[in-house]
Design a protein. Structure first.
Length: 189
């Protein structure tokens, strides 16, 4: 089976920066915890230095072997102002927002540092992609438990937006039907 990004430990700069207090602290520490089925599968402690050359220092163990290393951080200035923080991948030395743990490097590295690390959706067949898209639209716009292609217009929504979303949902539904018919034939319905 092909390893995908969903199979690895994932660390996002966006989730880390939510907890940072940039005004009062030059050094921040914390713990990131990963859970599967409500059980802790991994725990990592980190220390972030926001000095002139910012870095993130990791402390964790892998197969009972303690690992510590530093990773540089960098910033960019968006057009709307402020600062956007980025990791600097220790392998590719390029900035990235998300890191994945690699057993090969025994570090958190960018997706590009892996040799062809796909997203789970890249391994799906066309029917499963269409079904996932349909369910995503239904989860977003239909009432819980009701997977009708019709949903009442919310008070805050413009009519044109509502009809556009209905069209998208109807198109996704008919696309799934078409693909199922094409794959399995008329007897499958």
């Amino acid at each position: 089976m092909v390893t995908t990004t969903e199979d690895l430990l994932r660390l996002s700069i966006f989730s880390l920066t939510k907890t940072w207090d940039f005004n009062n602290e030059s050094q921040i520490s914390g713990i990131s915890v990963w859970k599967t089925n409500q059980q802790v599968t991994a725990r990592i402690s980190y220390c972030i230095s926001l000095t002139k050359n910012p870095y993130l220092e990791f402390h964790f163990s892998c197969n009972r072997e303690p690992i510590s290393y530093k990773m540089n951080l960098t910033t960019t200035t968006p057009f709307y102002g402020g600062k956007r923080w980025w990791f600097v991948c220790p392998v590719t030395e390029k900035r990235c927002a998300v890191l994945y743990f690699s057993d090969t490097y025994r570090k958190f590295v960018s997706r590009q540092a892996f040799d062809h690390l796909p997203y789970r959706s890249q391994n799906e067949c066309i029917i499963n992609r269409a079904i996932r898209k349909k369910h995503k639209l239904q989860d977003r716009y239909c009432k819980e438990g009701s997977y009708d292609t019709y949903f009442p217009k919310p008070k805050h929504m413009h009519k044109t937006t509502y009809f556009k979303l209905l069209d998208q949902l109807n198109h996704a539904d008919s696309h799934v039907d078409f693909l199922m018919f094409k794959r399995f034939g008329a007897n499958s319905f």
